[in-house]
Design a protein around this ligand. Structure first.
Ligand code: DLL
Length: 435
C-alpha cells in the first residue's frame, strides 16, 4: 500500500530537483521571517540567492536544541501567532522544554506523512489501530491519530497508562494494529500474560514502535510475544513528530525517509563535516516545507547511516538504518564507547533474563563504572543463589567479550525495574549528582 505514489516512488533525479526548489524557497523564507536565522545567515555571509545546488546546504548554519531553548517559547516561529493552530512541546530529560508550532498546512502535511507511514506498515481502511502513544504535548499520540484517519483506518485514541484496561480494549475492540513505544509493548505483553490473555490469539498483526532506541533483539522478542510484525518508526518534535521515517512491512530493512519534506545529511558529530556515503554519523535534518517553525540543518544527535539502494517495496526514498543511539546517551566506560542498545542485545540473547534493564553509571575516583541492573525471568527467580550467581557471571562475561568493558551485573527480581508508559529510562547517571 503506497499512500502517495508520486512522491514516494519519485526517480531520485526528480526528487533532488524538488528538494532544491524547496530549499531555495526555505532559505528565502527564514531569512525574511526569522530574525534568528537572518542574523546567523548574515554572520556566514550568505544571502538567500546563494543556494544553487543541494550541496550548498553545507554552507548554512546548524541549528541545535539549545537554539530552540534560547528562543523559548516562540522565538523561532516564522509566522504570526494567528496562523498557528497547534502547539507541541518536548520536555527532554535536561533543561528547558522546546516548543514547536504548526500551521493548518503543517498539520495537514504531518497527517499525510503519518498516513504514508501507516500505509507502509500495511495499515489502511478496515484496520483498527490501538494508539497507545501519549496524547498531549508529546507528539506521539496526536501524530499517529491524525495519520490513522488520513490512512482511512479506525483509530482508538487510547493514550498511555491504565495498562490492564488497554489489554481488554485491544481484545474487545479487535485491534489489528498498535502504536506505542517498544518498551511499553513488552509491558503490555507481560500484563496480558498476568491476565491470562494470549496475545497470539488476537487479530493484532502489526505494531508501529518508536520514540526511543531499541535493538533487533528487542524486535524479535516483541514479535514473538505479540505474534505480530514489529516496525520501527522515527521522528522528533523539533522536525514534526512521528512520521519522519518508517520501515516498510515488505522489507523491514531501514526506515524510508520522507525526503520530499526533509533534506538529510549525515555528519561527523565532532567536525560537523559530512561522512562518506553510507557511513555512520549524526543525522542532520533541514525541514523543506514546514511553515510554522522551519529549521535549517537541525542536529538530531541521533547516530545512524543512510542507504540509497532500491528497496523491494518500490519506494525510492533513502532508508535510515536503525538509530544506534543518541550521541548524548553514549557511555564512555574507561575509554570504551558503549550504547545502551548494545547491552540490550546481549541481555535479550541470554536465557533466564527478562527484557527490562537499567544502566547505572557512576564515578569512582577518575574511573567511570557501569552497573547493569536486569530482571530475571520468573522461572529463574526461584532458582538457588548459586544459579543466579552463575547467570550474573555469564552476562558479565558476554559484555566483556562483545563490548570490551567491565560491568557489574545485578540481577533484580521480576518487576524490580519500574515500567514506563512512554519512553523507558534506561540510563541512571549518578556522575551528575556527584559533581
Ligand atoms: O519521540 C516522536 C515520536 C513519537 C517518534 C512516536 C516515533 C513515535 P521526541 O520526544 O522529540 O519525539 O523525541 C525525539 O526520540 O531524536 C530520537 O533520539 C528518539 N527516537 C524517536 N524515534 C526513534 C526510533 C518523538 N525509532 C527523539 N529509534 C529522537 C530510536 C528514536 N530513537
Amino acid at each position: 500500500m503506497i499512500f502517495d505514489v508520486e512522491h514516494e516512488t519519485m526517480p531520485r533525479e526528480d526528487l533532488e530537483k524538488l528538494q532544491l526548489r524547496r530549499l531555495k524557497a526555505l532559505v528565502e523564507r527564514v531569512y525574511h521571517n526569522v530574525p534568528f536565522y537572518k542574523k546567523r545567515l548574515e554572520e556566514k555571509g550568505i544571502r538567500p540567492g546563494d543556494i544553487n545546488s543541494l550541496d550548498d546546504v553545507r554552507h548554512l548554519p546548524f541549528t541545535e536544541k539549545q537554539d530552540l531553548r534560547n528562543n523559548y517559547p516562540y522565538g523561532l516561529f516564522a509566522v504570526n501567532m494567528e496562523n498557528i493552530v497547534r502547539i507541541h512541546s518536548s520536555s527532554g530529560t535536561t533543561g528547558k522544554a522546546t516548543v514547536v508550532g504548526y500551521t493548518h498546512r503543517d498539520v495537514r502535511t504531518w497527517a499525510s506523512l503519518m498516513g504514508r507511514c501507516l500505509n507502509a506498515a500495511g495499515v489502511g481502511p478496515g484496520d483498527i489501530l490501538h494508539n497507545a502513544y501519549g496524547y498531549g504535548l508529546f507528539t506521539g499520540g496526536l501524530g499517529a491519530h491524525y495519520g490513522a484517519e488520513a490512512a482511512g483506518a479506525t483509530v482508538i485514541p487510547m493514550s498511555g497508562g491504565a495498562t490492564r484496561r488497554q489489554i481488554m480494549i485491544i481484545k474487545d475492540f479487535m485491534a489489528t494494529a498498535i502504536c506505542c513505544t517498544p518498551s511499553y509493548a513488552l509491558h503490555l505483553a507481560e500484563t496480558a500474560g498476568e491476565l491470562g490473555i494470549d496475545f497470539r490469539k488476537l487479530p493484532l498483526k502489526v505494531g508501529i514502535f518508536g520514540a526511543e532506541p531499541w535493538s533487533e533483539a528487542m524486535r524479535k522478542d516483541i514479535e514473538g510475544k505479540l505474534n505480530i510484525k514489529a516496525l520501527d518508526i522515527y521522528g522528533l518534535s523539533e522536525i514534526m513528530g512521528p512520521g519522519v521515517g518508517i520501515e516498510c512491512a515488505e522489507a523491514q530493512n531501514g526506515l524510508h525517509m520522507q525526503e520530499d519534506h526533509f533534506l538529510l545529511e549525515v555528519i561527523d558529530p565532532a567536525s560537523g563535516e559530512p561522512v562518506q556515503p553510507g557511513e555512520l554519523g549524526e543525522l542532520v535534518i533541514t525541514t523543506l516545507t514546514k511553515e510554522a517553525i522551519p529549521l535549517l540543518r537541525y542536529r538530531t544527535r541521533d547516530l545512524t547511516r543512510l542507504e540509497t539502494t532500491p528497496c523491494r517495496c518500490g519506494r525510492t526514498t533513502a532508508r535510515m538504518m536503525r538509530v544506534q543511539g543518541r550521541s548524548d546517551d553514549m557511555l564512555i566506560i574507561r575509554g570504551v564507547n558503549v550504547f545502551p542498545q548494545q547491552i540490550e542485545s546481549i541481555l535479550l540473547d541470554t536465557d533466564g533474563l527478562a527484557p527490562h534493564y537499567q544502566l547505572v553509571v557512576d564515578r569512582k575516583g577518575p574511573m567511570d563504572t557501569l552497573t547493569v541492573r536486569v530482571e530475571v525471568s520468573e522461572s529463574v527467580f526461584s532458582d538457588e543463589i548459586k544459579g543466579l550467581q552463575s547467570l550474573e557471571k555469564k552476562v558479565q562475561g558476554a559484555i566483556k567479550e562483545f563490548l570490551g568493558v567491565t560491568a557489574a551485573v545485578k540481577l533484580v527480581e521480576p518487576k524490580g525495574i519500574e515500567r514506563s508508559m512512554g519512553k523507558a529510562q534506561r540510563i541512571i547517571d549518578l556522575r551528575k549528582e556527584a559533581k
